[in-house]
Write a protein of this length. Sequence first.
Length: 399
Amino acid sequence: MTRFRLQPSPSQERALLEHCAHARFVWNLAVEQHQDWRPGRKSGPGYLEQCRQLTAARAEFAWLRAGSQTVQQQALRDFAQAMARFFDGTCRRPTWRKAGRHEGFRIVGQRGNQWEVRRVSRNVGQVRIPKVGWVPFRWSRPVPKDVKSFRVTKDRAGRWHVAFAAIPKPILAPAGSEVVGIDRGVTVSAALSTGRLLHAPSLIRPETQRLRRLQRALARAKPGSNRRSGIKSALARLKTRETDRRKDWVEHASTALARQFALIAVEDLNIRGMTRSARGTIDAPGQCVAAKAGLNRGILAGGWGQLVQRLEDKAPGRLVKVSAAFTSQTCNACGHRAASSRKSQALFRCVACGHEVNADVNAARNIRDIAAGRAVTAREGPRITGPTHREPQPVLLRA
């Protein structure tokens, strides 16, 4: 997706918000029709049946008929695709969309028929949106050709964007056969087997202090008041700034890794399970909930999933996921495995050979060796390695 910053006028913004409301209304109706489905029951209406129902609803309600039929039908098509991915097991079940949080719609059609793009100056372009007109956007780079759809969205900070559906070409592999291992962590976002440590950017200290002040003010603000809405907007702008910095870091880091290394190895982590809340239930409350919440925020702030996803997009077929078991406890120099070798978050000192190195770099090198061993096994036969020694672990007996 190639995204640009939209700059609508106040009247155009009102029309765009109406499109967003119609798309959200149609989506939520489709969710309601399918939320009671269970295995063994009759399935809900499909896309074609929902389109016929939409035609009848547009004929009955003038406010729905005033909107764009393309926007409303595309919301139904997006829901049908989401349900198909849910049944395939690749995505979660589609849920409700909320005003102020899920603002957006999609336009599908050939360029020149349903929509058009033109450049009016060096830094300004215009896109024609049905029943809105020509909406200006910032021309920061060329618009891709042969685009059949685009999506208009509004984030929680109040910014409008238009994203053209275009799949960029993957980055070609370098001439060499160098393999790199990546260990992801909370303190160090990504540690490379070459010894380089990558840190995802976040809010600076004054911004963090302002964020805490705004959160305390939000807790005191009266629900539904103008003051509360202003505080929420200020919070959204701060969080959006942090998100933009993380996305920019992910793009630069993934591009550099795809250009420099022929094979990239990462840990196969279940990030969704790792960041699951520890609150538990009323009958079985969780323990150390605040500490687990802080760990979850640290994991999500590191951009673990975004980095791997962009590497898969930019270097298809060159990303290898290996098991993370014992990679942080095994010495990369002698192969001795012991939990006591991990002296601290940053220090790894082998209890057998005395090898001392950064703990994250040691884990990244173990990941690299596992991936390189798999590659050699596939091309040249089985790879023979030396014996791995494991320190005996104490056994805890219950009374």
